[in-house]
Write a protein that binds this ligand. Structure first.
Ligand code: ADP
Ligand code: CIR
Length: 388
């Protein structure tokens, strides 16, 4: 194990762990050095990944040269290692991406790996680029994408936020989880009007209630192996929960992948209404909780795919003719910078011909532009479907 997440475990480790000869001379700096056990794991994991047919961005960009340069580094404050960054992708060769930032400094310390992955995922956001300032645009310019209700089942827009003063999941203590949950639930209890609702902690929630919320697409799933391998599910379900209004059109996830996921959703294709609700909510919450933001990367998140605007605008859509061939659907979607997911979200299959189609990139464009990208792409997909 590497940095912060393994601190508790270090005390349990065998104190006779061998220190390589080369490291013995510098034992005074031991705390700055990566453990031999971590280096062994990294080396073994790297070799396996190299020999695999993994299509992950991790495999694509973790060359031997990058690996050798980064394997001995640690982040300054939390001591996170390359293993903390890549262990999800090492354990799950079917990852699309395969890396997470255990703490915000990882984006800098391990930039030689993060930067090319960010550039690839976000459609050309270069290491010299700067994410634009937040701009929700003119919220009245978006409308209903499917006024006759022929294609779109439901519409959802979400964004992620990290609370200032707290690291990401792998570095959080149990006490911090509890403290954050308390801050989030008490803050949200101040929301009014359409946003008024209640916080439901995962701790103590019946399995039936939890499963119903998951089946209805309102709550995050449990046991995500990509997050588990990244050490992001420690102390589960402590500190995790969901806030929602009665209509379940406005929801906030607490401490799943990110500290907060702020979500607006409803049945049908009225993207305008969904977007306006989200913008109102985020503006309100931002007045009450300070969030982590970086000049270059935008809003900071655990997964590099969510940096920048952190916005994923999606529809659940039925396009049976286009989707007769999933590869074809993916190809057409990619033309409009859209990503296709299964009905229950990432890494799931389509059920009943329903696909989740969303904007793929979230960096190097404004919040409004990210949503508009989905809006325009979906309009095109519907046009194509209608013409077939
Ligand atoms: P996220 O969007 O938060 O990154 P997922 O892809 O895991 O994560 O999706 C989370 C949940 O949101 C899943 O249950 C998924 O089915 C649901 N969801 C996503 N888009 C829509 C939509 N347009 N309508 C209804 N549910 C949706
Ligand atoms: C993967 O690489 O497939 C997972 N680690 C998820 C990557 C992107 N998804 C996300 O941020 N939710």
């Amino acid at each position: 194990m590497g940095g912060c997440a393994s601190k508790d475990k270090k005390t349990e480790q065998n104190p006779t762990t061998t220190v390589p000869e080369a490291e013995k001379d510098e034992s005074a700096q031991q705390s700055d050095m990566v453990d031999a056990a971590v280096l062994d794991k990294l080396e073994a994991g790297f070799k396996k990944l190299e020999a695999s047919d993994s299509k992950s961005l991790l495999k694509k960009y973790l060359t031997r040269e990058v690996f050798d340069k980064l394997k001995t580094l640690k982040t300054p404050t939390f001591g996170s290692t390359l293993l903390d960054v890549i262990q999800s992708g090492l354990e799950n060769h079917d990852s699309g991406v395969g890396i997470y930032a255990p703490d915000a400094e990882a984006y800098t310390t391990f930039a030689d790996l993060f930067d090319p992955i960010i550039e690839d995922y976000h459609g050309g956001f270069k290491k010299t680029d700067k994410h634009p300032p937040k701009d929700w645009g003119d919220v009245d310019t978006l409308g209903n994408l499917d006024p006759n209700g022929e294609y779109i089942i439901s519409t959802r827009v979400r964004c992620g936020r990290s609370m200032q003063g707290y690291p990401f999941n792998p570095c959080l203590t149990e006490a911090q989880y509890k403290e954050m949950e308390e801050k989030v639930s008490s803050t949200l209890s101040g929301l009014e009007g359409e946003l008024k609702g209640q916080f439901y902690p995962l701790t103590g929630m019946t399995k039936e209630t939890q499963q119903k919320l998951i089946d209805d697409h309102f709550l995050f799933k449990e046991g995500d192996r990509f997050l588990q391998a990244a050490n992001a599910c420690r102390f589960w379900p402590t500190g995790r929960g969901i806030y929602h209004n009665d209509a379940k059109t406005f929801l906030v996830w607490c401490n799943e992948e990110d500290h907060l996921r702020i979500i607006s959703m409803q049945m049908g294709g009225d993207l305008g209404q969904v977007y306006r609700r989200l913008v109102t909510a985020v503006n309100d919450i931002e007045k009450r909780i300070p969030f982590s933001h970086d000049d270059r990367l935008g809003f900071l998140t655990f997964c590099p795919t969510n940096l920048g605007t952190t916005v994923r605008a999606s529809v659940h859509i039925k396009v049976p003719k286009l989707a007769a061939d999933r590869a074809k659907l993916e190809e057409v979607a990619a033309k409009y910078n859209l990503q296709v997911r299964g009905t229950r979200g990432e890494h799931t299959e389509a059920e009943g011909g329903i696909y989740d189609v969303s904007n793929k990139r979230r960096m190097g464009l404004t919040e409004y532009q990210a949503v508009k990208e989905m809006n325009d792409g979906i309009a095109e997909l519907i046009k194509i479907e209608a013409s077939l």
